[in-house]
Ligand binder design. Sequence first.
Ligand code: SIN
Ligand code: FE
Length: 302
Amino acid sequence: MRDLVQFCDDTCWDTKGDGALTHDVESVVEHGGILCFPHLRFELTDDEVRLLDAGVADGKAKNISLRGANDEVRGAAAADADALRSMIRRYRTQATALAERLFPHYRGHLEPGNPSYRPVAVEGRETSWRKDDTRLHVDSFPATPSGGKRILRVFTNVNPDGRARSWRIGDDFEAVASRFAPQLRTPLPGSGRLLRLFRITKTTRSAYDALMLQLHDRMKADEDFQAHAPQTAVDFPSGSTWMAFTDQVSHAAMAGQYQLEQTFLLPVAAMSEPQRSPLRPAPINRSRSSYLPWRARPYLRS
Ligand code: SIN
Ligand code: FE
């Protein structure tokens, strides 16, 4: 397995301040590693400390998130919406500053997705197997397909009681994709447009998106894989920040409470080494999509 986690001493999000300023780390994340900053805290204001309470969630959604141009708050109890919006917005600003500082190659290309706050404990959360993030998976969004863009995510554990966010990290993407490739099917031509027409997706699901979503599902559904595939437990301490391409790094969140998260989409062309992406832009069969999981391709059946 690759080097899973590289630790960095940085204590500030942007270039100001005297923390060690990490750079040249694009290759770490592009090779499927996780960058972890054990001392990079997200400070809450005095007013925000009260948001460290699972009761600020509406009890239905998994996360509280900001949506749309007006940063509409989803998944929260109404009384706390304004305070949550302002906290999550500040997190987005800091996560963006961090990503732009660390990855000069990506500047101008990172598209922020919906940021989220996760105040509910991971343990004991009732959910379907498909939504169960305690099962190893790579990220793929069913309703908002990335269209082939990379999914780069920044996470910060803001637990006030010193509890870690405990993850399992799985094997290299290549190993996982090869294992599941025989079970994946390329979608019928035009099916992506139909899903959008019927509003099942908000953007068109490409062949790549469809395959990655199947990979996500097949991984989560496979009990033998969950129990026996190569994997490592990693604890991210409270007060730490970490980031990874979660469409590539198999991960499962096993325990913890109170976390902030910001997603960025990144076009493959903006990577330092685009060939490290789960997709490979050389068409094998021009009648289908030119974007299929690269190592998986020799095994694909239609
Ligand atoms: C996930 O992306 O699978 C969840 C990560 C977390 O909540 O720690
Ligand atoms: Fe995930």
